[in-house]
Design a protein around this ligand. Structure first.
Ligand code: S3P
Length: 162
């Protein structure tokens, strides 16, 4: 099979991007990277520490730089919940990847999550509404509430192999 464009998973914090990317990649022997984890490894700090010591602007700059590299290196990438806020990230992803939105309704998202600096500062609803227009630009959507795990994997495989 011809190598596909990478699958890039977007969606709000707690939608399950990392878990799905990890499970799916193991099942189909594909390579996987999580953008936040790659950033943490590169900077030697967790996301909360990066926000606290360097600020959000620095985090976003590093996030964009790393995305440009990883998009050429992995089959599947779990993006950060705010990656699409940057229009150049969004355009890169639309052009060079298969961008998939993991759609979970606001009420089904977890209300507390570890190592998410923004959640403690601003209301989750505000962030969700700010990010949603970006997610809705993804050409593929998986409605997580309507599908069980094997259906989600099946749909993702279809997207990957088309
Ligand atoms: C963020 C989401 C987080 C992480 C950072 C900022 C956001 O990623 O990149 O805390 O702005 O929505 P996850 O969606 O993986 O939690």
């Amino acid at each position: 099979m011809q190598p596909s464009k990478p699958l890039c998973l977007c969606g709000f914090m707690g939608a399950g991007k990392t878990t799905l990317g990890d499970l799916f990649s193991k099942k189909y022997h594909l390579t996987f990277q999580d953008l936040d984890h790659a950033l943490e490894k590169e900077l030697g700090m967790n996301v909360t520490e990066i926000f606290e010591t360097q600020g959000e602007e620095y985090f976003r700059k590093k996030e964009s730089e790393l995305l440009k590299l990883l998009i050429n290196q992995y089959n599947i990438i779990a993006l950060g919940g705010g990656t699409l806020l940057d229009e150049s990230n969004l355009n890169l992803l639309l052009e060079r990847s298969k961008l998939v939105y993991l759609n979970k309704s606001f009420t089904d998202l977890p209300k507390e999550l570890p190592n998410r600096p923004l959640l403690s500062e601003e209301s989750q609803r505000f962030l969700f509404e700010q990010r949603l227009p970006g997610y809705l630009k993804a050409p593929y959507t998986l409605d997580l509430q309507q599908l069980d795990e094997s259906e989600i994997h099946g749909k993702l495989w279809q997207i990957w192999s088309e």
